[in-house]
Ligand binder design. Structure first.
Ligand SMILES: [Zn+2]
Ligand SMILES: [Zn+2]
Length: 352
């Protein structure tokens, strides 16, 4: 099988070849038909995340090179282990990539994303920038009937991240927050977030971004009102128009400016969820936590159950596919470069 792999961090991907795996027990080999190229792949290629103050989070440990990226996978079952009875050769599935050890309390509690021994496809074990990928258990294969295959793969990261972050905007009783919530950062994930928020909250979301074109696009998708996250005056405008601030916001950018805006527009008792990974540093005076009674929570992709829930929302038409550009597997490296240089609108999906 052929792959486009990291052979050295910070360097272009190279084509590598390896033996086709033979599945054992509950393993499945998927012939990759579609694999989305995600912004987080750039951090993996670099080997670090930017922490602000000239610091970096090194993410090179525990991964042997060559390593194959790609966690937004759709494809066809071509080989199954002897204990697999839930799927058949020739069937097509979206692959849930956020796989844990299956044994720890996080995994048995349905939150494999928090597993300390993660085997995330394309992050900690070889992923879908390849002709084939080995999936450790057939239970991670999700039915996407009625959904465009290229989009079904992409849903496993961007759409899932959006849904899981928005679902964390609940009160102490687990009830979804009332009134308009705020979505900050209108990249691909934020835009899907606008659609999901329309489907799961009682009021269309407010949105904020530094880019006027993105604000216009979000308004066209049905956002309630749009604000400039770089404008202090717009913090006041949000607080005024909502009668004291929003009950919750999600930061899909994860940068200093977006988080400062997103938390400044909270009302007392409000909550912000951070899902973006652009990077930087956030400071807040400690007394503000009790005095404003605000909460801050991180959100990392989403659970297997949430992935199923998302596919159901897509099937119902609540979430529309983003523009998708299909490219050959050999264009993986060029696609990462284009993404890095901001040249991609929507999603590039590789078609190995
Ligand atoms: Zn991703
Ligand atoms: Zn585990």
């Amino acid at each position: 099988m052929l792959r486009q792999s990291i052979t050295a961090y910070g360097e272009p991907l190279r084509e590598t070849e390896t033996e086709m795996p033979t599945p054992t027990s509950r393993e499945v080999v998927i012939k990759v038909h579609h694999c989305g190229v995600c912004h987080s792949d750039l951090h993996m290629q670099d080997g670090y995340f930017n922490l602000g103050h000239d610091k970096q989070l090194d993410v090179r440990a525990g991964r042997e090179l060559p390593f194959t990226l790609g966690h937004e996978i759709e494809g066809e079952v071509v080989a199954i282990g002897p204990d697999v009875d839930s799927v058949k050769i020739g069937e097509h599935y979206a692959v849930y990539p956020w796989i844990g050890c299956g044994e720890c309390s996080s995994c048995t509690g349905g939150e494999e994303i928090y597993c300390q021994r993660a085997q995330h496809l394309g992050i900690s074990v070889d992923g879908g920038y390849a002709t084939h990928v080995l999936v450790p258990d057939a239970k991670y294969l999700l039915d996407y009937s009625g959904i465009d295959p290229a989009f079904a793969g992409a849903c496993m990261c961007s759409g899932l991240t959006a849904l899981s972050a928005l679902k964390k905007l609940v009160d102490g009783n687990g009830q979804r927050l009332k009134g308009p919530i705020m979505i900050v950062g209108l990249g691909g994930v934020g835009m899907i977030g606008v659609e999901i928020a329309k489907a799961i909250f009682d009021t269309p979301p407010l949105v904020a971004d530094i880019d006027p074109a993105k604000r216009e696009a979000a308004l066209a998708l049905g956002a309630g009102a749009a604000f400039d996250s770089a404008e202090r005056a717009d913090v006041k405008a949000v607080i005024k128009s909502t009668g004291g601030g929003v009950s919750g916001s999600v930061d899909f950018a994860g940068a200093e400016g977006s988080l400062n805006f997103g938390h400044s527009v909270l009302r007392k008792g409000g909550k912000i969820v951070v899902a973006g990974l652009i990077g930087g540093h956030f400071e807040i005076a400690i007394p503000m936590f009790p005095l404003r009674a605000i909460g801050i929570q991180g959100s990392f992709v989403g659970t297997l159950d949430e992935a199923r829930e998302l596919l159901e929302l897509v099937r119902k038409g609540a979430v529309k596919p983003m523009p998708i550009e299909k490219r050959a597997l050999t264009e993986a490296n060029k696609s990462l470069e284009d993404l890095r240089n901001g040249k991609i609108i929507g999603r590039v999906v590789l078609t190995p």
